[in-house]
Design a protein around this ligand. Structure first.
Ligand SMILES: [Fe+2]
Length: 193
């Protein structure tokens, strides 16, 4: 069964994000969905026709995590944004975990933003490790390097240049501030199992 691109047009008009930037971003996301489907099909075809030992198979196989994560990370990102943001409820289990481990919500937020302003393209992910209960703000290079095995992504921020340059130029920190202002904390808190 093929993956279908989700519609995120309800985000148009969000403070700090132009419609043009968002529409470009939706189109980019749709490309990852298309390529993920193509890769699934191409790999299945190579396998069925006895070509699993080929270089073509190996190279496409290596590419799968990149395309798949490009699709899924964008869904997590758009899903954790909203035009009508509300703060994280102080009594939510996630809020308590953040305070326990970072001292304060603000200290966690500063660390998350600092990770975002690092040089490079990729993602910042707030991960929850269900084994230890610990939280980590993690840098993900491109789409596929740096993920924590078995951990749950709670909050995802895109820091590829396409996520902000049209509106902010080189002012990445201003984009990060706009992102932080539009977080859908209800969605993020519900991701913590
Ligand atoms: Fe993106």
């Amino acid at each position: 069964m093929a993956y279908a691109a989700k519609n995120y047009e309800h985000l148009l008009g969000m403070d700090g994000f132009s419609d043009q930037l968002l529409r470009n971003h939706f189109a980019l996301y749709q490309g990852y969905v298309i390529n993920t489907n193509k890769l699934v099909e191409a790999l299945r075809e190579l396998e069925k026709t006895g070509k699993a030992g080929t270089l073509e198979y190996a190279e496409l196989k290596r590419r799968f995590g990149w395309e798949f994560n490009g699709m899924r990370l964008h869904e997590l990102y758009f899903d954790n944004l909203t035009r009508t943001p509300e703060p994280l409820e102080a009594n939510a289990p996630l809020a308590r975990l953040i305070r326990e481990q970072y001292g304060s919500f603000e200290a966690w937020r500063d660390d998350f933003k600092a990770a975002g302003t690092m040089r490079g393209i990729g993602w910042v992910v707030l991960y929850h490790d269900p084994v230890s209960g610990r939280l980590f703000n993690v840098w993900i290079n491109e789409h596929d390097l740096g993920h924590l095995a078995g951990c749950t992504p709670l909050l995802i921020m895109d820091v590829f240049e396409h996520a902000y340059m049209l509106d902010y130029g080189l002012r990445k920190a201003d984009y990060i501030e706009a992102f932080v202002q539009n977080i859908n904390w209800e969605v993020v808190a519900a991701r913590l199992k």
